[in-house]
Design a protein around this ligand. Structure first.
Ligand code: NAD
Ligand code: DAU
Length: 360
């Protein structure tokens, strides 16, 4: 069986669905259920005999050790993280705790667990650390895309915490021979994404006739990848990746934020039109994110050549599917957009947004 940390979040839950649709091997999700973790994301598999859930925090060494001793996994796929850049700017400490200390605890527990495995299991054990393209920093317009040897230059507390965790994983590979692999992926979109992130936030706001807040000039570039393609890449890395290697994953869809939001509005105009005018009339430029990275782009040559992976979705096909999913699941959106979600909107998008700062 495999352990999936953070499996109640956006990508982790999509990974669980993808895994169980394709293979018989059981999974156990280990997740603290923070504001971003939601058991509703796993509802379609809750009665599947191959699925189990353990609530726990990756910074809790005892809980992690107990999990490994009881479940005897052949692999850990590590998604658990604080993942939202804006939250990292307002409160960086949680990012240091979960992303760095939590990863350290997992690495230590995995090292100890593996040491007492029988030699064949010790050899075949894998630790897949799911990381981000944001560790590489920001590109200028004419720069080549990020490749696996691009030096780290993280700019946000989130990116710094992910870069730090990546370096801890690297140290455990080099020093202790931990059979780990690292992936660096670009911006994901798809079902079950918490509506604090650009695409689901814009869908949710448009449907509620609220302003669509575009940071700065909206000309920042991101490379968008449908989450299902990311999951396929992760399975390929886990099963066929070379131990100790890193793999960059991206969609080849470099788009400005404004173009993404306009596409969402155009599709909503067809699928859920406003009484009058276009949803795009709601677009409102708001103060920029501090330290906002201008451009990310990914060179996917390595994973394509070594592992034969390529994205299947174009942005046009993926965004239409995604919009349809959100429109078909209003109860999911309702469940995750109460309470603390509304507090976040008030703090972050309310009046005084640019002056406010949160304690660490
Ligand atoms: P998410 O915020 O949707 O989910 C994170 C999950 O981790 C939640 O279920 C949460 O409850 C859990 N979690 C948080 N702290 C925990 C802790 N201390 N112990 C146990 N569980 C904890 O995040 P996501 O967007 O699904 O991202 C998953 C991973 O993929 C992250 O490591 C992120 O850095 C990486 N990543 C995300 C993207 C993206 O576009 N979303 C792109 C590349 C890489
Ligand atoms: O690149 C991979 C990263 O992508 C992941 O590692 C992160 O976990 C994930 O959150 C994402 O980070 P971004 O900061 O790129 O995603 P976000 O959806 O927050 O923002 C995407 C872009 O849209 C970014 O340039 C900021 C902008 N934006 C975002 C929000 C929430 C807006 O203009 N308005 C908004 O309200």
């Amino acid at each position: 069986m495999i352990v999936i940390t953070g499996g109640a979040g956006f990508i982790g839950s999509n990974f669980v669905h993808h895994w169980l649709a394709e293979r018989d091997e059981p999974v156990v999700v280990f997740d603290a259920l923070t504001y971003a973790g939601n058991l509703g994301n796993l509802a379609p598999v809750e009665s599947d005999a191959r699925f189990s859930f353990v609530r726990g925090d990756i910074t809790d060494r005892e809980a992690v050790e107990r999990l490994l001793a009881q479940k005897l996994p052949r692999a850990i796929v590590h998604f658990a993280a604080e993942s939202h850049v804006d939250r990292s700017i307002r409160g960086p400490l949680a990012f240091l705790k979960t992303n760095v200390e939590g990863t350290f605890v997992l690495l230590e527990a995995a090292r100890a667990y593996r040491a007492q495995c029988a030699p064949p299991d010790r050899e075949s054990f894998r630790f897949l650390h799911v990381s981000t393209d944001e560790v590489y920093g920001s590109l200028h317009p004419a720069d080549p895309p990020f490749c696996e040897t691009t030096p780290f230059a993280p700019n946000s507390p989130y990116a710094a915490s992910k870069a730090a965790s990546d370096l801890w994983v690297r140290a455990y590979i080099k020093t202790y021979g931990l059979p780990a692999l690292i992936s660096h992926c670009s911006n994901n979109y798809g079902p079950y994404q918490f509506p604090e992130k650009l695409i689901p936030l814009m869908i949710h706001h448009a449907l509620e006739n609220r302003p669509l807040p575009l940071y700065g000039d909206g000309a920042q570039l991101r490379d968008w990848l449908h989450v299902e393609d990311h999951c396929r890449a992760l399975v390929a890395i886990l099963e066929r990746g070379r131990v100790g290697e890193t793999y960059n994953v991206g969609g080849g869809n470099e788009l400005t934020n404004r173009a993404v939001v306009e596409t969402v509005c155009r599709l909503l105009d067809q699928l859920r039109p406003r009484a009058q005018g276009s949803h795009a009339e709601g677009i409102a430029e708001v103060p920029d994110r501090p330290g906002h990275d201008r451009r990310y782009a990914i060179d996917t040559g390595k994973i394509e050549h070594e592992l034969g992976w390529k994205p299947r979705e174009t942005f046009a096909s993926g965004i239409e599917k995604t919009l349809t999913w959100y429109l078909d699941h209003p109860e999911w959106v309702r469940n995750v957009t109460t309470g603390t979600y509304r507090e976040w909107l008030d703090i972050h998008y309310g009046t005084g947004r640019s002056e406010r700062s949160a304690p660490a």
